[in-house]
Design a protein around this ligand. Structure first.
Ligand code: KIV
Length: 312
């Protein structure tokens, strides 16, 4: 981190805080035909960059189990781990809506635990909403309880990663008329239960378009085509950092793995060849200039003896 690059507030007048994105403003965007720009995010520094770039919504996705923690699916991440990252993302955001993704088993057991855990995302994590997967009758009743408790909820249908074992792998959903109808009916149920927006993951694009047209609330697609009201990608996929999986729908905007490798190799070469750090620019001089021209005197002053090297 460069301490020199820290900016200070202008001396005259306060910097104005950008207008906070809300679940209501997401809905207004849909009504005005404006697409929602959303991404996952897991840390403070990235959150600050994405927030300032104008991303509408940052999802602290349970995908962090895979991208940050190195698990093979999303099931192992805990409430405490999710909260740890949600707090960091919230600290980096002034404008974006921060959504905490409720991890596996934090909302499936009973209503009380679901409300308590969702509440922790808002109270401790400073998120503005939570996301949870599915539309079973139990899940719809959980959503109903959360909404009544004043907790904004985002739904998630199509491929729901926490059900990877039930779905038999990372598979496209809604490929038959019956399955597509089921997703549409579930989407309508979630809308009635009060979700503010709906993630549609890996649904054939014509199906996702129809669902988006049928809903009043905005849909946020991932692998579901451009008929959705907005899009989300995992930030590590967009930046080309996560190498373990590369789904068809990912568009990689940066090859940061290669760029990081090149930068680190350059750093390594600079250290090995004595080019880093440059003492004139990247180190601190001794304040007393008297010693500048006679470093042996500084050695003597500090060590109490003359440096052996000067006798060689
Ligand atoms: O956890 C996650 O990253 C998600 C997105 C894929 C929507 O749920």
């Amino acid at each position: 981190m460069s301490f020199h690059s820290q900016t200070s507030q202008p001396k005259t007048g306060k910097a104005s805080r950008p207008t906070q994105v809300t679940v209501q403003s997401l809905l207004r965007k849909k009504q005005q035909g404006e697409k929602l720009v959303t991404l996952t995010c897991y840390d403070y520094t990235t959150a600050k960059i994405l927030d300032q770039a104008g991303v509408d919504l940052l999802l602290v996705g349970d995908s962090l189990a895979m991208t940050v923690l190195g698990h093979t699916d999303t099931l192992s991440v805990t409430m405490d781990e999710m909260l740890h990252h949600t707090k960091a993302v919230s600290r980096g955001c002034e404008r974006a809506l921060v959504v905490g993704d409720m991890p596996f088993m934090s909302y499936q057991i009973d209503h009380a635990r679901a409300i308590e855990n969702a509440g922790r995302f808002l109270q401790e994590g400073r998120a503005h909403a939570v996301k949870l997967e599915g539309a079973s009758p139990f899940m719809v009743s959980v959503i109903d309880h959360l909404v009544q408790a004043g907790i904004p909820v985002i739904g998630h249908l199509g491929f729901t990663p926490q059900s990877v074992n039930t779905l038999g792998g990372f598979k496209i959903q809604g490929k038959t008329i019956e399955d597509a109808q089921k997703i549409l009916n579930d989407a309508l149920l979630l809308q009635s239960a009060g979700v503010g927006a709906l993630v549609l993951e890996m649904v054939p694009h014509p199906v996702a378009s129809i669902i988006s047209q049928q809903l009043r609330i905005p849909t946020i697609g991932i692998g579901s085509g451009n008929g959705c009201d907005g899009q989300i990608l995992v930030i590590d996929d967009l930046l080309g950092r996560y190498q373990d999986l590369k789904p068809r729908f990912v568009r990689q905007y940066l090859n940061s793995s290669d760029l990081v490798t090149q930068a680190v190799q350059q750093y390594q070469a600079d250290i090995q060849h004595g080019r880093y750090p440059d003492n004139e620019l990247e180190a601190y001089p001794f304040p007393d200039k008297v010693f500048d021209k006679a470093p042996e005197l500084l050695f003597q002053a500090i060590c109490g003896e003359e440096p052996a090297a000067f006798y060689d």
